[in-house]
Ligand binder design. Structure first.
Ligand code: FAD
Length: 398
């Protein structure tokens, strides 16, 4: 009975086609901006259906790993045939409530000794030709067997041996950039946002291919159909305060630090989740990169801003194109400082603040916050201590 009521409500609320169109417009990785190339995709993996699955997604809490029969049904559905068995599988898959209950959240399901074997669906370059370095959107099929929630990370074990010790390469962590429902909205895929790590050799005055990053290059060079060894999901630092939907969410990212916020923003504004319905705060994204070609998912943020002017703000810091108030390069801390007063006021009222991206961003950020606190007559140490104690302070830098 309960399930019938929920199905009916879901169908009334989401009216299929509208949901799909909105999802695709804002997040489909196949929509590459002009000048941004398409590295590898698997046409056979693309899903054009909407229907009951799309309507169901987001109505319940944490997904659990489905049974093999359910996985079969999900794969069948991906090929475009949504069978009754597949629909029923998804209903069971999402049978959790209330959505704020974290007692069943996935945590380290797959460990390095027995990793899960996912399959690459697509890898595409998502930065323009003048970007400093390359960043790729990597979509992986986990067949519904490796569920996660927004703010968690996957581990990737690159193939091969470490030449330094002859042992198998070790796991590297990547923040998950899709919501729990994946970009296919079926709960069977995971998206990563990976920057290709290269080594600039000062003597050679060019990149030294022998010293390039192992795992990031492996992922950026992967092809559709490649098997990829995964661990996790892990991470409890970057979770959303879903039990307090009135809370302001301030997100500060440098480069690929955008990944967890992409998962948040899909959940808050793109998918018709119960949290999206309840959310009454302000989501405020600060993104710092070198230049406009290096912006990540920029069109998506602009689309969300247009649709949700009262609940979403988006500010960028382009260090090589913009200047700060002192005429220097505009770094992420300079952009946040422009709104320092308001950020502090919102934090004082309970906002959560998140920092993700390069480790090097934190000293500048902390220095800036200390300066703003001083100007407001606040004791910086005490203020931050209070934020940490209240769980309002979230940092994941690497
Ligand atoms: P490694 O092979 O581990 O090399 C590291 C660096 O050393 C590279 O820059 C490489 O060029 C350089 N190097 C290699 N050999 C030499 C040498 N002989 N001398 C000098 N330098 C050398 N990254 C992302 O892109 N996206 C994410 O979303 C993301 N999320 C993360 C989340 C967490 C929680 C953490 C901890 C890290 C995250 N990372 C993320 C970073 C990621 O885990 C890897 O550290 C990164 O991709 C580099 O790994 P790699 O295997 O490519 O480089």
């Amino acid at each position: 009975m309960m399930r019938t009521v929920l199905i009916t409500l879901a169908c009334m609320a989401y009216a299929g086609a509208g949901f799909r169109v909105q999802t695709e417009a804002a997040f489909q990785p196949t929509g590459v901006a002009p000048g941004r190339s398409h590295r590898a995709t698997s046409p056979s993996m693309s899903y054009s259906g909407g229907g009951a699955w799309g309507q169901w997604l987001g109505n319940k809490g944490f997904p659990k790993a489905p049974s093999p029969a359910e996985v079969e049904a999900q794969i069948a559905a991906r090929s475009g045939t949504v069978t009754a068995a597949a629909e029923s599988a998804v209903q069971d898959f999402l049978e959790f409530e209330p959505y704020t209950d974290r007692s069943t959240m996935p945590d380290n399901t797959f460990k390095p000794k027995s990793p899960f074997e996912g399959k690459i669906i697509s890898v595409e370059r998502i930065v323009g030709p003048k970007a400093t370095g390359e960043t790729c959107n990597v979509v992986i099929d986990h067949f519904g067997k490796m569920p996660y929630i927004e703010g968690q990370s996957y581990g990737v074990i690159p193939p091969g041996l470490n030449p330094k010790n002859g042992k198998p390469n070790k796991v590297r962590l990547y923040s998950i950039a899709s919501s729990r429902y994946g970009d296919d909205t079926k709960g069977t895929t995971t998206t990563l946002c990976v920057r290709r790590a290269t080594y600039w050799c000062p003597e050679m005055e060019k990149e030294d291919p022998a010293k390039k990053g192992v795992c990031s290059n492996y992922l950026c060079d992967a092809s559709a159909g490649d098997v990829v060894k995964l661990t996790g999901p892990t991470g409890k630092v970057m979770l959303l305060p879903e039990d307090k939907p009135e809370t302001d969410i301030i997100m500060v990212a440098t480069g690929t630090g955008i990944a967890p916020y992409r998962s948040f923003l899909k959940r808050m504004f793109i998918e018709k989740t119960p949290f999206a319905k309840d959310f009454k705060g302000l989501a405020w994204l600060f993104l710092g990169v070198a230049n406009s070609d290096a912006l990540l998912y920029d069109e998506d943020w602009k689309a969300i801003e247009k649709e949700n002017p009262d609940n979403f703000r988006y500010d960028v810091a382009l260090s090589r194109e913009m200047t700060n108030k002192d005429g220097g390069k505009m770094y992420i801390q300079d952009k946040v400082e422009e709104y320092g007063d308001e950020v502090f006021d919102r934090l004082d009222k309970g906002a959560h603040i998140y920092f993700c991206g390069l480790k090097g961003m934190m000293p500048g950020i902390q220095g800036m916050l200390e300066k703003v606190a001083g100007a407001k007559g606040l004791n910086y140490e005490e203020f931050i201590k209070k934020l940490k104690k209240n769980g309002q302070w979230h940092v994941e830098v690497y």
